[in-house]
Ligand binder design. Sequence first.
Ligand SMILES: [Fe+2]
Ligand SMILES: [Fe+2]
Length: 371
Amino acid sequence: MIENSIGDTLLRIHNSLRSQFHQLCRVAVAIYDQPSDTLKTFANSTDGESPLMFYEVKLADVPSLQQLARDGKPRVLDDLDILRRANTLHSRKIVEAGYHSSYTEPLIFDDQLVGFLFFDSDKPCYFNQRVIDKLQPYAKVLAAIVAVQFAAIRTLSGAVTVAREFSRHRDEETANHLRRMSTYSRLIAKTVAPGFGLGDEEVEFIFNFSQLHDIGKIAIADAILLKPGKLTPEEYREAQAHVARGVEMAQMMIKEFGLERIRHTDMLLNIIGCHHERYDGSGYPNGLKGEAIPIEGRIVAVADVFDALTSERPYKHAWAVNDAFAYLLRNAGTQFDPVCVEAAFACAEEFKQIQARYRDEPFLPEEQSSS
Ligand SMILES: [Fe+2]
Ligand SMILES: [Fe+2]
């Protein structure tokens, strides 16, 4: 059985609360990523349109929430009008959406901050003690659900990272390639999200899982992966097998770590399994065509090729960004999903910033010395 996503859980909780609390208009979860000190919108159940999606902010830039995380205590704001002059976008959006009071609970599991749970009402002073007493148990349950889902995914990513570290010297792809291509993937996913019914949750998983697209390369012989010249047809077939090997490895790990019940592991398998499919059906391993290729596969294919083109490899110079975009455009509809290419193009400025932020050169000596 597949477990419900956090979004589905929120929806169910909100629905059951609504019968008692008519003016509870919104329940939302933001997740916290400790290494980057980032808080990201993740799931919400909102009457009407959500005022805040695909949003992230450094926790250090929101001292009030930082304080909640430190104290582990909830916060009630009886009149959100005080946020009107706030200098953070999220505060302004919440006020502009017509919410008047809020109740925020830090989600803490095993002494670690995993995120925040927000309840909003269109009525001022809505969250009195009686209401809070009813809401608090839900916060505990949600903290556990969020923590468990992410712990499982982190375990999986951790195992893969270790495996990658061992094999890094065999692969020309650096840790920065993974950072760049996963960030490109997230940008494309965010941009195409409305058209494909993707929410924050899916975008986050695409970001996390895209880093694992080539794990199957671990199983491919050095002589092929590192061969400086052209591969023979036989060698090329063997190199292509990294997709099937990757899917097998991911399936094994999903089983090993008991992740079968976690929603979205299918996205991981699709990303690994479909990142070399081509939109016109001429890709591998299955020659899937157009919409038959899962959207996460189509997104990652664009991000991966863009980064390969703009990176230096032993056998090629790095292409200029504009040349790489021209390549994507030329091959939209044949190699790539045109919608994903268009999305990448719309984010051209961000792509350039990512490239500058995660340049290969300054990181290489340090990273190579560890391998
Ligand atoms: Fe690959
Ligand atoms: Fe790659």
